[in-house]
Design a protein around this ligand. Structure first.
Ligand code: COA
Length: 326
């Protein structure tokens, strides 16, 4: 079974790719929700602006047995890590297909002048021994949490919103940040310093707008709630939720941050509670919100637990220098 490049996949190849993802999901239903066929097609054909992708597959008797996608953010040769995702049908495992796809991706990484690659996988799955036997090391633990909105006691959100700290006021917008708050929001995004290492470019008004435009181009809706300090010009904290157009029952938590000098005043839980109140009126079809938290981010975990989020799974981010790959 040979690896073939699938960089311009045909409709039939996209359907086959989706078949692999469905079979992998069927073998581990506790993992991520299975994607819809349109989501698979959207990812294979579109990808994210600002990032290129390379695709490979392993055909077996007219079907795909395994697939690999490599996301290459930024220009060739940048030191931002690329991202690899390999999926092998459960019936085709332990025959070296994963290793062969990784070797093909390593060729793509070298051709693009990359020095490192990351992979995000669920704890306790075969991906862990697979990656660890190929030069990857765990660099980050993320807790996947889920909030079921109809399980929240009815008065909790209203109470948390009413208990907001003195000297701050809430603002909110859908889509791209209003011009007058763009720079202030970029400053607040710096507060997510723990992730900066993986994000590459520094935050400025341009990048903030561009990120929101990427979400809109996918057809998804971005909602932001922010707390301004008494000057009205500083974003002290903010939270973002994305409602995907193709799975509207489950929304995704994007960034939440409180600037260091404004921490310890319950701003994080305030903006998040205000977001839930807004969504309940604006998007009543949203029943669940998912979020990933750094395993060592105790404050954010505590905020999420107080709101009613429960840990669903633990995911791990692995990283390898390209020089260690097969
Ligand atoms: C992780 C995954 C891609 C591995 O694919 P695979 O084709 O079975 O892997 P390979 O046969 O190439 O395995 C190569 C080596 O990895 C290690 N390995 C792979 N699966 C393993 C397992 N279940 N237990 C222990 N070691 C394992 C072994 O060292 C293996 O060599 P060996 O078979 O000679 O002992 C596959 O299990 C999968 O699709 N999982 C679900 C999706 C996923 O989590 N993808 C990871 C994202 S990168």
């Amino acid at each position: 079974m040979d690896v073939i490049a699938l960089d311009d996949p045909t409709d039939a190849q996209i359907r086959e790719w989706h078949g692999v993802l469905s079979a992998v999901h069927g073998g581990d239903p506790a993992g991520e929700p299975a994607p819809e066929p349109e989501q698979t097609a959207g990812r294979l054909l579109g990808g994210d602006p600002g990032s290129r992708q390379r695709l490979w597959g392993v055909p077996d008797g007219g079907r795909l047995a395994a697939v690999a996608a490599l996301r290459l953010p930024g220009a060739p040769g940048t030191d931002r890590p690329a991202e690899i995702d390999i999926q092998v049908r459960p019936g085709h495992r332990r025959r070296g297909l994963g290793r062969r796809l990784l070797a093909a991706a390593a060729g793509g990484l070298r051709a693009d002048g990359r020095t490192s690659v990351i992979a995000q996988v669920n704890a306790g799955t075969p991906a862990v021994p697979f990656l660890e036997s190929h030069g990857f090391e765990c660099v980050l633990t993320l807790r996947g949490m889920l909030l079921r909105l109809d399980e929240i006691p009815p008065d909790r959100i209203a109470r948390l919103v009413a208990e907001g700290p003195e000297g701050y006021r809430l603002i909110r917008w859908q889509g791209v940040v209003p011009d007058e708050h763009a720079t202030a929001l970029a400053h607040a995004k710096h507060a997510m310093a723990d992730l900066a290492e993986y994000e590459g470019a520094p935050w400025d008004a341009h990048r903030v707008r561009e990120t929101a435009e990427v979400v809109a181009k996918r057809g998804d809706d971005l909602y932001t709630v922010a707390a301004l300090d008494s000057s009205g010009t500083v974003v002290a904290g903010f939270t973002e939720i994305v409602v995907p157009h193709d799975a509207a029952g489950r929304a995704a938590q994007y960034d939440t941050a409180v600037a260091p000098e404004h921490r310890g005043r319950r701003l994080g839980i305030w903006v998040k509670a205000a977001m839930l109140q807004w969504l309940a009126g604006e998007r009543p079809e949203v029943r669940e919100i998912e979020t990933d938290n750094l395993g060592d981010n105790e404050h954010m975990l505590a905020v999420n637990e107080e709101l009613g989020f429960r840990v669903e799974r633990e995911s791990l981010e692995y990283q390898a220098p390209v020089s260690a790959l097969p």
